[in-house]
Ligand binder design. Structure first.
Ligand SMILES: Nc1ncnc2c1ncn2[C@@H]1O[C@H](COP(=O)(O)OP(=O)(O)OP(=O)(O)O)[C@@H](O)[C@H]1O
Ligand SMILES: [Mg+2]
Length: 354
């Protein structure tokens, strides 16, 4: 199947700054990709290259199998929502949404129907005659989205589409955006530096650092099977336990922390080799110590209440310290100083060289 977008060995510098090193990827038609990474890692640069606002120094970019070399932005069927989206303040909502259609010489008679369709899609029917300053931040964001979608682009580029909003609205619009993307069915690349947003919106996530894609994969893959420390840390909280392999039996190894905590990990390894194990807090199970076979006992050092979850910090008898994220339930409580057993499923333990 032909890719909707393909980068092959793309590099881009701005003076001395290497914005993109040597980037290759392909996006399937209809797929939603989340580009995730810290500030300055090159996310916007990727979108600007696809849209044609920048030219690559090296490599090739194709859209639907067609080379984009030498093609102007308006010659690419790409819908854009910029990082600092700006609606035209002097135009009404309808005029804003219809702008791209008029600009591209769409038949005038058909524009009102298309605008109405877009307003309905973003649930703003009835707001068409307002001006941007008469709308809330979330409503403006939805108008910007409708404007990006109005020309029925085969490729949609959204740069931090929800970043201007407060947390609650962000959550609401995230779900709405997901529905809209599913409804229009176009290929989409969504930039974010919020891992939760990336995991909820992207069918695949590209995790970037310093102009390179460190890992690409389904949300579950990058979260549970990170290929590097950077990705492991960037995707969420983790316990890091240093130690070495004491025994290995094919796909299962026995790990011993430097402090002496032994537990199985679902990874092959060489006896004696030193490693660091990464375990997400929600994989660390704690129980009253009377329960069978904890891999280690310890004492609760601290409890942090987070609402749906609580973080329980445990000081193990070995001297290791781990944090467990447990679902917050009214019928289960832990107290500081309480003795508990700690264990982890072997599949939740990811081995890294150290
Ligand atoms: N026009 C430009 N001139 C000079 N340097 C630039 C230009 N555009 C981007 N850069 C640099 O290229 C690098 C990548 O920038 P880019 O805008 O792609 O980052 P980003 O991942 O989108 O970051 P953010 O999350 O802050 O938006 C940065 O170091 C940035 O300073
Ligand atoms: Mg950016």
């Amino acid at each position: 199947m032909m890719s909707a977008v393909e980068f092959r060995g793309v590099g881009k510098r701005f003076g001395d700054t290497v914005a993109l090193g040597d980037v290759s990827f392909s996006v399937a038609p209809g797929e939603t990709i989340a580009l995730l990474g810290p500030s300055g890692c090159g996310k916007t640069t990727i979108l600007r290259l696809i849209a044609g606002f920048e030219r690559p120094d090296s490599g090739t970019i194709t859209i639907a199998g067609k080379s984009m070399a030498g093609l102007k932005p308006y010659e690419r069927n790409v819908g854009l929502l910029f990082q600092h989206y700006a609606l035209f303040p002097h135009m009404t909502v309808e005029q804003n949404i219809g702008y791209g259609l008029r600009h591209r010489g769409h038949p005038t008679a058909e524009i009102p129907a298309r605008v109405a369709e877009m307003l309905e899609l973003v649930q703003l029917s009835g707001f068409g005659h307002r001006r941007p300053h008469q709308l809330s931040g979330g409503q403006q964001q939805r108008v910007a989205l409708a404007r990006a979608l109005a020309t029925h682009p085969s490729l949609l580029l959204l740069d931090e589409p929800l970043s201007a909003l407060d947390a609650k609205l962000r959550h609401e619009l995230r779900t709405e955006l997901k529905d809209v993307l599913a409804a229009v069915g176009s290929t989409a690349i969504v930039v974010t530096h919020d891992q939760e947003e990336a995991m909820s919106l992207g069918e695949r996530i590209f995790v970037m650092s310093r102009g390179a894609i460190m890992q690409s994969g389904k949300p579950d893959d990058v979260y549970w099977r990170p290929s590097s420390r950077f990705v492991a840390d960037f995707m969420g909280r983790a316990n890091w336990i240093r130690g070495s392999i004491v025994a290995s039996n094919g796909a299962l190894s026995r790990f011993r922390s430097d402090a002496g905590w032994e537990f199985p990990v679902a990874s092959p390894g060489n006896r004696g080799s030193v490693h660091e194990v990464c375990v997400r807090p929600e994989s660390v199970e704690i129980s009253s110590s009377a329960s069978p076979t904890p891999s280690m006992t310890g004492r609760v050092a601290e409890i942090v209440m987070l609402g749906a979850f609580r973080h329980v910090f445990v000081e193990l008898a070995s001297g290791d310290r781990v944090v467990s994220a447990c679902q917050n339930r009214p019928d289960i409580s832990f107290e500081r100083g309480q003795e508990v057993g700690v264990s982890m499923p072997p599949q939740a333990c990811v081995l890294f060289e150290r």
